[in-house]
Design a protein around this ligand. Structure first.
Ligand SMILES: [Zn+2]
Length: 159
Protein backbone atom coordinates (compact mmCIF):
# COMPACT_ATOMS: atom_id res chain seq x y z
CA UNK A 1 0.00 0.00 0.00
CA UNK A 2 2.78 2.41 0.98
CA UNK A 3 4.60 1.56 -2.25
CA UNK A 4 1.52 2.36 -4.38
CA UNK A 5 1.24 5.84 -2.84
CA UNK A 6 4.91 6.40 -3.50
CA UNK A 7 4.48 5.38 -7.15
CA UNK A 8 1.36 7.57 -7.62
CA UNK A 9 3.02 10.65 -6.06
CA UNK A 10 6.15 9.89 -8.03
CA UNK A 11 4.15 9.89 -11.27
CA UNK A 12 2.26 13.08 -10.31
CA UNK A 13 5.51 14.85 -9.43
CA UNK A 14 7.05 13.74 -12.70
CA UNK A 15 3.97 14.97 -14.65
CA UNK A 16 4.09 18.37 -12.89
CA UNK A 17 7.78 18.76 -13.72
CA UNK A 18 7.14 17.81 -17.37
CA UNK A 19 4.22 20.26 -17.56
CA UNK A 20 6.40 23.02 -16.03
CA UNK A 21 9.15 22.41 -18.59
CA UNK A 22 6.59 22.39 -21.39
CA UNK A 23 4.90 25.62 -20.23
CA UNK A 24 8.15 27.52 -19.64
CA UNK A 25 9.29 26.90 -23.21
CA UNK A 26 5.87 27.41 -24.78
CA UNK A 27 5.18 30.94 -26.10
CA UNK A 28 2.13 31.59 -23.92
CA UNK A 29 2.67 35.30 -23.38
CA UNK A 30 1.42 37.66 -26.05
CA UNK A 31 3.34 40.95 -26.11
CA UNK A 32 1.68 43.89 -27.86
CA UNK A 33 3.68 47.09 -28.22
CA UNK A 34 1.90 50.42 -28.53
CA UNK A 35 3.23 53.93 -29.04
CA UNK A 36 1.47 57.19 -28.27
CA UNK A 37 0.93 59.07 -31.52
CA UNK A 38 1.61 62.38 -29.89
CA UNK A 39 4.51 61.95 -27.44
CA UNK A 40 5.82 58.51 -28.55
CA UNK A 41 5.78 56.96 -25.09
CA UNK A 42 5.79 53.18 -25.63
CA UNK A 43 3.57 50.69 -23.82
CA UNK A 44 4.15 46.96 -23.61
CA UNK A 45 0.90 45.11 -22.92
CA UNK A 46 1.27 41.42 -22.07
CA UNK A 47 -1.54 38.90 -22.11
CA UNK A 48 -2.08 35.23 -21.47
CA UNK A 49 -5.19 33.81 -23.21
CA UNK A 50 -6.45 37.38 -23.88
CA UNK A 51 -6.19 38.36 -20.19
CA UNK A 52 -3.93 41.37 -19.61
CA UNK A 53 -1.27 40.39 -17.07
CA UNK A 54 0.91 43.52 -17.28
CA UNK A 55 1.05 46.96 -18.81
CA UNK A 56 4.32 48.82 -18.64
CA UNK A 57 5.23 52.13 -20.21
CA UNK A 58 8.66 52.75 -21.71
CA UNK A 59 10.03 56.28 -22.01
CA UNK A 60 11.68 57.21 -25.29
CA UNK A 61 13.91 60.21 -26.03
CA UNK A 62 10.90 61.76 -27.75
CA UNK A 63 8.46 61.21 -24.85
CA UNK A 64 10.94 62.69 -22.31
CA UNK A 65 11.51 65.71 -24.51
CA UNK A 66 7.79 66.09 -25.20
CA UNK A 67 7.05 66.09 -21.46
CA UNK A 68 9.68 68.78 -20.83
CA UNK A 69 8.25 70.98 -23.60
CA UNK A 70 4.50 70.45 -23.49
CA UNK A 71 3.89 68.96 -20.03
CA UNK A 72 2.18 65.70 -19.23
CA UNK A 73 -1.52 66.48 -19.43
CA UNK A 74 -2.52 65.07 -22.82
CA UNK A 75 -4.47 61.85 -23.20
CA UNK A 76 -2.21 59.24 -24.83
CA UNK A 77 -3.38 57.92 -28.19
CA UNK A 78 -2.16 54.32 -28.33
CA UNK A 79 -1.29 52.92 -31.73
CA UNK A 80 -0.52 49.24 -32.00
CA UNK A 81 2.81 48.19 -33.50
CA UNK A 82 2.49 46.19 -36.72
CA UNK A 83 3.96 43.14 -34.96
CA UNK A 84 2.59 41.04 -32.08
CA UNK A 85 5.17 38.82 -30.38
CA UNK A 86 4.67 35.61 -28.46
CA UNK A 87 7.10 34.94 -25.64
CA UNK A 88 7.76 32.19 -23.15
CA UNK A 89 7.91 32.73 -19.38
CA UNK A 90 11.62 33.63 -19.64
CA UNK A 91 10.69 36.50 -21.99
CA UNK A 92 12.23 34.94 -25.08
CA UNK A 93 10.41 35.71 -28.31
CA UNK A 94 9.30 32.52 -30.01
CA UNK A 95 6.84 33.61 -32.67
CA UNK A 96 5.19 36.67 -34.06
CA UNK A 97 2.37 37.75 -36.31
CA UNK A 98 2.43 40.76 -38.59
CA UNK A 99 -0.50 43.17 -38.78
CA UNK A 100 -1.00 45.86 -41.40
CA UNK A 101 -2.56 48.43 -39.05
CA UNK A 102 -0.17 50.70 -37.22
CA UNK A 103 2.56 50.61 -39.86
CA UNK A 104 2.23 54.27 -40.87
CA UNK A 105 3.11 55.87 -37.56
CA UNK A 106 5.59 53.12 -36.62
CA UNK A 107 7.38 53.83 -39.91
CA UNK A 108 8.44 57.07 -38.22
CA UNK A 109 10.71 56.17 -35.29
CA UNK A 110 10.39 58.07 -32.01
CA UNK A 111 13.91 59.47 -32.67
CA UNK A 112 12.78 60.78 -36.06
CA UNK A 113 9.66 62.28 -34.51
CA UNK A 114 11.84 64.00 -31.90
CA UNK A 115 14.14 65.36 -34.61
CA UNK A 116 11.15 66.55 -36.62
CA UNK A 117 9.68 68.41 -33.65
CA UNK A 118 13.08 69.83 -32.60
CA UNK A 119 13.76 71.10 -36.13
CA UNK A 120 10.92 73.56 -35.63
CA UNK A 121 12.95 75.70 -33.20
CA UNK A 122 12.21 79.30 -34.11
CA UNK A 123 8.94 78.27 -35.78
CA UNK A 124 5.56 77.60 -34.30
CA UNK A 125 5.90 74.05 -32.90
CA UNK A 126 2.15 73.57 -32.84
CA UNK A 127 2.13 73.44 -36.68
CA UNK A 128 4.56 70.49 -36.64
CA UNK A 129 2.61 68.82 -33.89
CA UNK A 130 -0.55 69.17 -35.99
CA UNK A 131 1.19 67.34 -38.86
CA UNK A 132 2.20 64.54 -36.46
CA UNK A 133 -1.43 64.36 -35.31
CA UNK A 134 -2.52 64.12 -38.96
CA UNK A 135 -0.22 61.11 -39.36
CA UNK A 136 -1.50 59.23 -36.32
CA UNK A 137 -5.13 59.99 -37.19
CA UNK A 138 -4.55 58.59 -40.69
CA UNK A 139 -2.92 55.53 -39.04
CA UNK A 140 -5.89 55.01 -36.71
CA UNK A 141 -8.37 55.37 -39.58
CA UNK A 142 -6.22 53.10 -41.76
CA UNK A 143 -6.20 55.85 -44.41
CA UNK A 144 -3.10 54.67 -46.27
CA UNK A 145 -3.10 57.48 -48.84
CA UNK A 146 -3.16 60.28 -46.24
CA UNK A 147 -0.67 58.42 -44.05
CA UNK A 148 1.82 57.89 -46.89
CA UNK A 149 1.72 61.52 -48.08
CA UNK A 150 2.07 62.86 -44.51
CA UNK A 151 4.92 60.46 -43.80
CA UNK A 152 6.75 61.61 -46.96
CA UNK A 153 6.17 65.24 -45.94
CA UNK A 154 7.72 64.60 -42.50
CA UNK A 155 10.62 62.46 -43.76
CA UNK A 156 11.62 65.05 -46.38
CA UNK A 157 12.34 67.62 -43.67
CA UNK A 158 14.65 65.16 -41.89
CA UNK A 159 17.16 64.95 -44.75
ZN1 LIG B 1 1.33 60.57 -25.25
Amino acid sequence: MKNNKFIIFGFLGFAVVLLGIQLSSHPLIESRMYTCGECRLHRDSRRIFSVVISNSTIETKCSSWYKSQYGNDHKHVWILAPLIQYKNINGDGKASITLSKGESLWALSSDEQLQYLKNSIGQDRSIRLEIIKKLYKATLQDDKEAATSTLIEIKQTLK
